[in-house]
Design a protein around this ligand. Structure first.
Ligand SMILES: Nc1ncnc2c1ncn2[C@@H]1O[C@H](COP(=O)(O)OP(=O)(O)OP(=O)(O)O)[C@@H](O)[C@H]1O
Length: 298
């Protein structure tokens, strides 16, 4: 396979949708001086390169406020875990990052939510283009009732002008990246719904990366999977982390500590603590964080 281009769908023979440089996205300057942690004033904080910048975000369903004045910078090419008890706003935040909440009539939000120059919350933002950059994988695998091949080819057919050979190459590349190619290569034109749950989830990841996102949002991607499939997804996240920015919502503390670089702990719609995962699980600053990661509540 040749080197990944920085722009998906360009009409060259190299059609892999994303590459390590991610150079086509507007960028906040590396070494953004904003701290990536909200805790421990005085403690040195490593300056990660920010991909998603969130400032003073308030999110509502009607009158109910689900997220309160949230400020957090999501670092590029890292895995960030969102943890916290049920109802604390983790999914709401994911759903605002790729504007899924547009489909909820009562949902509204204020504050800053940016990916580089792109103002995610702005009314004029092209949501279809945004979702190419910010893919999402849900709790329950949701392949389309189509063939395995057509699931992965769906987005590229919509957004890119590719020859049959280029599309074949892209489908293969995406399935390889999602670590499911070997299992499906001989049944590409069979129904996706005939795959196991773990295979379906990896297919959904292949479908998400086929259109060249910068970031993959994963909302409890393993909660419907058996332990072996869960391990396969975790291994996959480890492999993808160099090329993608991954945000995972999880209730599984082992998973957060195994898979993520950074962890954000939320409680009742507020960010309590955001730090390196190792620190959150060994020496958190807040008692509430410690109680949660030790399983004392939630
Ligand atoms: N469509 C909606 N309409 C009204 N309220 C909603 C809607 N979706 C979520 N909420 C409320 O917003 C709050 C945050 O919900 P959210 O789903 O973001 O929490 P969560 O931390 O992801 O929870 P869980 O871990 O159980 O998935 C909850 O009180 C929830 O009931």
């Amino acid at each position: 396979m040749s080197a990944d281009p920085s722009s998906p769908g360009q009409s060259s023979s190299t059609i892999h949708p994303t590459g390590p440089s991610n150079s086509d996205s507007p960028q906040i300057q590396p070494n953004d001086p904003k701290p990536t942690s909200q805790v421990s004033p005085g403690r040195p904080v490593r300056a990660d390169e920010t991909l998603i910048e969130i400032g003073g975000l308030n999110a509502f369903y009607g009158d109910f406020q689900a997220i309160h004045s949230l400020s957090i910078n999501i670092p590029r090419n890292k895995v960030t875990a969102f943890i916290g008890p049920s109802g604390c706003g983790k999914s709401t935040l994911l759903r605002w990052i790729n504007r899924m909440n547009d489909t909820v009539p009562s949902a509204h939000a204020s504050g800053t939510l940016r990916m580089g120059e792109l103002d995610i919350l702005h009314k004029s933002t092209d949501v279809v283009a945004l979702r190419r950059k910010i893919g999402i994988v849900f709790q329950k695998p949701n392949p389309f009732p189509k063939s395995i091949y057509d699931n992965v080819a769906f987005g590229p057919r919509l957004h890119m002008k590719l020859s049959k050979a280029e599309l074949d190459e892209l489908v293969q590349w995406s399935l390889e990246k999602a670590a499911v190619w070997e299992e499906v290569k001989d049944r590409l034109h069979k129904p996706a719904l005939g795959l196991s749950g773990g295979q379906q989830q990896r297919l959904c990841i292949a479908r998400a990366i086929a259109v060249g996102p910068k970031i993959l949002l994963m909302d409890e991607p393993c909660s419907a999977l058996d332990p072996a499939s869960t391990l396969a997804i975790e291994d996959l996240m480890n492999e993808l982390r160099d090329q993608y920015t991954i945000v995972i919502v999880t209730h599984n503390m082992q998973q957060a500590s195994r898979c993520s670089d950074k962890t954000a702990f939320f409680f009742e719609g507020r960010l309590i603590e955001f730090d390196d995962t190792e620190r959150i699980f060994t020496l958190p600053t807040h008692r509430q964080t410690e109680d949660y990661v030790r399983g004392r509540f939630g």
